[in-house]
Design a protein around this ligand. Sequence first.
Ligand SMILES: NC(=O)c1ccc[n+]([C@@H]2O[C@H](COP(=O)([O-])OP(=O)(O)OC[C@H]3O[C@@H](n4cnc5c(N)ncnc54)[C@H](O)[C@@H]3O)[C@@H](O)[C@H]2O)c1
Length: 324
Amino acid sequence: MKVLITGGGGFIGYRLALALLKRGTLADAQGKQAAISQITLLDIAFPAQVDPRLTCVTGDLTDKALLAKLMGSDTGSVFHLASIVSGGAEADFDLGLRINLDGTRALLETCRAQARPPRYVFASTCAAFGGDLPEVVDDSTTPNPQSSYGAQKVCCEYLTTDYNRKGFIDGRSIRLPTISVRAGKPNLAASSFASGIIREPLAGVVSPCPVDPETCVWILSPSKVVDDFIHAHDLPSSAWGVNRVLNLPGITTSVKEMVDALRKIAGDQVADLVEWKPDARVQAIVKTWPARFSTARAVKLGFVADQNIEGIIGDYISEQGIKV
Ligand SMILES: NC(=O)c1ccc[n+]([C@@H]2O[C@H](COP(=O)([O-])OP(=O)(O)OC[C@H]3O[C@@H](n4cnc5c(N)ncnc54)[C@H](O)[C@@H]3O)[C@@H](O)[C@H]2O)c1
């Protein structure tokens, strides 16, 4: 089975590729685990060192000829993660629209040209929600994105559902919470602080926090989100039914609780490296995102969240081999 991961050089995409290498199989169209024969990653940039078992292709998602070449007519699984993320799409409307919407359309059309409808997992976002929201967002809450990024992602959810309905793909969209702790360098996501306030202090670096301590965020760890991508892929089509969009489970934590947990685990010297520096631009985006969810459908379908923020920070510390 051939697998394509767009945004495969990015934080989650590359981790997903490594997890698939380790696992070696994915569910095929009949739901049987089939050996993965090739994993192709498409991105405009890759980490300096990549696993030689991966086929890494540098190129643009909107390049239809390249997509056709990469996918041929026999790609069984597509994970679509390439994106101009929230802060980037807000700063450059045209770029966001071109990559997030036009790029997704190009990819969906290439999927449509496959001999069999591929399983297609789309990385959407809880930034699909915004505006006047209930205290707790649940599976019946209507998306009302208040950012260009969120709007572009919701458009792509609808396209995924419609291409699925037409039988062009076996499509599934998962709305990710904010992923924390993100290793490596920050990206342009407005939620970047939710990793920065843990990662930078643990590296001995000052981290300016652009939101109030009481700001709550809805988060999920990198390892759980990778498991969720694979689970979303492997669930049988019948489990999804006609509703092809899902809010993933996560945990609600305030920024203060994150820093308190960091203090408990790594001490005052580390936690004191977080500096409170409110930034109106970031606050304006983040405050539109819901932080409390009830994800009954996802839980019923077998998706799993982290236990608590201490566990997420602890996992990051042990994965990175940090001494505290
Ligand atoms: N990390 C989070 O907190 C979070 C939350 C919600 C949703 N998501 C979604 O999950 C996906 C992965 O997120 P991530 O954290 O790994 O982000 P990331 O920025 O690390 O990865 C996105 C990748 O897309 C690539 N890309 C951008 N433009 C491209 C183009 N024109 N052609 C090909 N590749 C291009 C980037 O180079 C990058 O490597 C994204 O779609 C993002 O919107 C992430």
